[in-house]
Design a protein around this ligand. Structure first.
Ligand code: ARG
Length: 408
């Protein structure tokens, strides 16, 4: 009996490996590298030490960047205007790899470490069922047994193993797009997140006194170069995480509405994601018409909601992406970004496809409407609002006059 386990090397998935072995399974562990700060060789060794039958490490960094992050940038993907969706984007890719291994190994079941109180179970299960068929057997011990971190530690100790070190206070999920920090002291929503929650960013007050300038170049909505240096997207992301993070930029603290009916306090680090999304949004403003821009924001939100809610498989996504891609066809240009002690400003942008014209907007030169044209435009343009506003005023006066009569 074989089972394929999505394995991070953390406390819970390590305990699950042992539980599955107790049940008589041959456990095949899969670790998908979506830009983890982990020692992957160490994760593999731990899997074998705990008794894995076989281990796969799959490098999916460039695939994650090309097929998931690029879409997130094009869609300015921020769930509830705040969360760049790192965890949500990586889950479908991880689940797809787990499903591939399960098919190849002809495994009976797949397993993951998601809790029954979170979004990740939806993201994993939906993708697994899509690839393996609706009858697939999914084992999720954390949600089946309401496994707590204490119980996981007990299981490890019972088998004579030490719990993995760093995973103390927080529940952390990490990939190149976002570091998600949950639990422990952070659950107190009024408490400022302790400094030890952060790993990618320095405290803004400790950031360098000189600002960081970045020139981000986009082609058809996708970042292609930083400061004139062309590189693959995942290298851009890695570079910006380091450089913007060193300037204290990219910390997010917000209250989030989960798919499961709960609000949770979430803390994230996402320097590269926030730089790229802010720059991309600015370039869209420079290029799109006002109508395109307003409609684009609706598409962006719909796409982000689908991804957050674990519905990567939903057919609507491809229709949204067709429109999002089409609108990104002209999003080519360069944005200048200044980062200083934890905050970001856009300080310049240029594009060959913008309809912006310095000459046209200049008060002293170029096109100028005649006095008559401008005045006529304003009179006609404001007619609806003016007529309605005056009518409402008459109504209000009549009401007041009526009240005054009744009182006498
Ligand atoms: N709230 C985020 C989300 O739903 C982050 C989840 C982080 N997962 C974790 N195991 N800590 O995407």
């Amino acid at each position: 009996m074989k089972v394929v386990l999505a394995y991070s090397g953390g406390l819970d998935t390590s305990a699950i490996l042992l539980l599955l072995k107790e049940k008589g399974y041959k456990v095949i562990t899969v670790t998908v590298d979506v830009g983890l700060d982990e020692d992957l060789k160490g994760v593999e060794e731990r899997a074998y030490m705990l008794g894995a039958y076989k281990h796969y490490t799959i490098d999916a960094k460039s695939e994650f960047a090309e097929k998931y992050i690029s879409k997130a940038v094009k869609a300015n993907a921020l769930y509830e205007d705040s969360y760049p969706l790192g965890t949500a984007l990586a889950r479908p890719l991880i689940a797809e790899k787990v499903a591939e291994v399960a098919k190849y190994e002809e495994a009976e079941a797949v397993a993951h470490g998601c809790t029954g109180k979170g979004n990740d179970q939806v993201r994993f299960d939906s993708t697994l069922l899509y690839h393996l068929g609706p009858g697939a057997k999914i084992i999720a011990p954390v949600r089946e047994m309401a496994l707590t971190r204490e119980m996981s530690m007990e299981i490890l100790k019972r088998h004579g193993f030490q719990p993995p070190g760093s995973h103390g206070k927080y529940s952390i999920d990490e990939n190149m797009w976002t570091r998600s920090i949950e639990g422990g002291p952070i659950d107190d929503e009024y408490l400022e997140p302790p400094e030890d929650a952060y790993a990618w960013t320095v405290a803004p007050e400790k950031a360098p006194d000189t600002p960081l300038y970045l020139e981000i170049e986009f082609q058809e909505g996708v970042p292609v170069a930083v400061n004139g240096e062309y590189m693959p997207l995942h290298h851009i992301v890695e570079k910006l995480n380091k450089e913007a993070g060193a300037h204290g930029y990219g910390r997010i603290d917000h209250i989030e509405n989960r798919v499961v009916g709960l609000k949770s306090r979430e803390v994230y680090e996402a320097p590269a994601a926030m730089v790229l999304i802010n720059a991309h949004k600015d370039l869209e403003k420079h290029i799109l018409t006002p109508r395109e821009l307003r409609f684009k924001r609706l598409l962006d939100r719909e796409w982000s909601d689908l991804v957050y809610q674990g519905l990567w498989i939903e057919p609507l996504r491809s229709h949204l992406e067709a429109a999002i891609d089409s609108m990104n066809k002209s999003i080519t240009g360069t944005v200048r970004v200044k980062i200083y002690k934890g905050s970001l400003s856009i300080v310049g942008r240029k594009s060959p496809y913008s309809s912006y014209s310095k000459e046209a907007i200049d008060y002293n030169t170029g096109w100028y409407p005649t006095g008559e044209e401008a005045e006529g435009f304003v009179r006609i343009y404001t007619m609806h609002s003016l007529a309605a506003a005056l009518a409402r005023e008459r109504q209000q006066e009549a009401r007041l006059a009526g009240e005054a009569v009744q009182h006498h």
